[in-house]
Design a protein around this ligand. Sequence first.
Ligand SMILES: [Fe+2]
Length: 231
Amino acid sequence: MKKYKHKKSKCFNSKYKKFLLPSCIVKIFYNILHIVQLSIILLLHLLLNLKDTYTAAHCIRVMRLAVSFAEYNNYTFTQIKILKYSALLHDIGKLLIPKKILAKNKKLTHEEYAIIKKHSYYGYIITKYIVGKNIEAEVIKHHHERVDGKGYPDGLKGNKINDLSKLLSICDAFDAMTSTRSYRKKLSFEDALIELQANAENQFDKNILNKFIYFVNSKSNSCITKKIKPE
Ligand SMILES: [Fe+2]
């Protein structure tokens, strides 16, 4: 039996060897693919910057924050790579949202809010089919889900939401609260952490949020006068 197996694999190798590409060609192919993907990502981000400067800058800040948190908590190299592209592209779906809604300084109407909520699904489509990154597309699709199931687009609950989307949603909310918009002042790091903690039960994952609070406290001694303790 063993002899037969050996003969079969030898026979297979010789038969199909001519169809196998040398590893250096495969490596070159993947490098070219990576460069093409990076160019598409940069182009998309440039387009987002032309449409909505605030959102483009917000995506870069969220990427830095999420990667820094992941490195601090010893996430794997692969997880950090996924997080980097997911965070940079998390609001890329806003390219398909009308500019007058994105730039509106007043409270959004019910209809306008329904339109803006579509950006996470549009981001999923763009990342999956234009950039060609499937896992990152899934992370982006669920960055507005809530642990109580009241988020969008799928209303996923608790453990059904992947951990990278949960982390992205915390970084997204923290940056949104600590940056200035034309219609409101920014919150201090301390107030933003209090706000996040107030939503720990229904919106954010409690374990990830506690680690995030430790992380922000450890990185910003000079910015936070009274440190917020994780629950
Ligand atoms: Fe978003």
